[in-house]
Design a protein around this ligand. Structure first.
Ligand code: SAM
Length: 279
């Protein structure tokens, strides 16, 4: 039998994923085949008539079966892009989302690129925001904090991979416990904010860590403990948090009263998703 070519395999698995109701069926087929072939997705698409060896076809079929059961592509290939950086991910960490890049964009509006300040990323997970900040602010030091040792192990891989170990530290702690904020210029946080009981896609609930997602009946249980810990933020310090659009006003109301200014910002879809505070 002749070997199947790239275009045929992509079309085959795209069809199967579509039928099964998998999220992003075409992109899933392309990303998985590119991973199996060890090629960039665009380069693979340009080589559409390229024959695929039977071993690669079999490897693709085994990953595709897992994708059909809902396993996210990022976990299958062990990587996800965030802020232009390729990050290692595993089921111990939330897969970084594009809207979280907004945290870095907001910090960039307030802090000069050559700032040598200390920035803290609370609930760092894969370290996505911490390494993005350290890349954008090339003189800054960044501290990534998380309560999950397994997540911090993934973050450590990313810090090493991106050669940022001299400027990015990682610490296992509950929120900001044990952290002295007096010398900190920026705190960013993407803490769990999904209300328990909300219906989420099976691809999220079935595979991503519950401890990275859920925060009590109204989704504010973690932020309710976080905001009072900002009491010693220095004057002029900036705090930017990602929150649930449906509870953004309640999250804003949790900001300590001694803050100089606090407001909500919208994501690219026009939903209120970020609490911004200047102390
Ligand atoms: C929504 S994920 C965000 C991960 C990463 N910052 C990102 O944006 O992709 C939330 C992270 O907060 C961590 N977390 C949950 N409760 C925490 C707590 N009390 N203290 C520190 N980290 C916590 C979880 O382990 C998880 O890694």
């Amino acid at each position: 039998m002749p070997m199947a070519c790239v275009a045929e395999l992509v079309a085959h698995w795209h069809g199967r994923f579509l039928e099964a109701g998998v999220d992003a069926p075409r992109l899933s087929a392309q990303l998985l085949l590119a991973y199996v072939l060890g090629m960039e997705r665009m380069a693979m698409l340009l080589a559409r008539d390229h024959p695929v060896a039977p071993e690669a076809e079999a490897r693709m079929a085994s990953l595709a079966q897992r994708r059909l059961r809902g396993e996210p592509v990022a976990y299958l290939v062990g990587e996800k892009e965030f802020y232009g950086l390729s990050l290692t991910v595993s089921p111990s960490v939330l897969i970084p989302r594009p809207e979280t890049e907004g945290l870095v964009d907001i910090v960039r509006r307030f802090v000069p690129a050559d700032s040598p300040g200390l920035m803290v990323d609370v609930g760092t997970g894969s370290g996505a925001v911490a390494v993005a900040l350290a890349t954008v602010f090339s003189q800054a030091r960044v501290l990534g904090l998380d309560i999950s040792p397994a997540a911090l192990a993934v973050a450590a891989t990313n810090v090493r991979r991106l050669h940022l170990a001299s400027r990015v530290g990682l610490v296992c702690t509950d929120l900001l416990v044990g952290v002295h904020l007096d010398a900190v210029c920026v705190v960013v946080a993407n803490l769990p904010y999904v209300p328990e009981g909300r219906t989420l896609s099976w691809e999220v609930v079935g595979f991503e860590p519950a401890g990275a997602l859920f925060a009590g009946p109204d989704g504010l249980a973690v932020y309710r403990r976080f905001f009072p810990l900002l009491a010693s933020m220095p004057r002029g310090g900036l705090v930017v948090c990602e929150v649930d659009a449906e509870h953004a006003s309640q999250a804003l109301a949790l900001v300590p009263s001694h803050a100089a200014q606090a407001w909500l910002e919208l994501d690219l879809a026009g939903r209120p998703r970020y609490v911004v505070v200047v102390f």
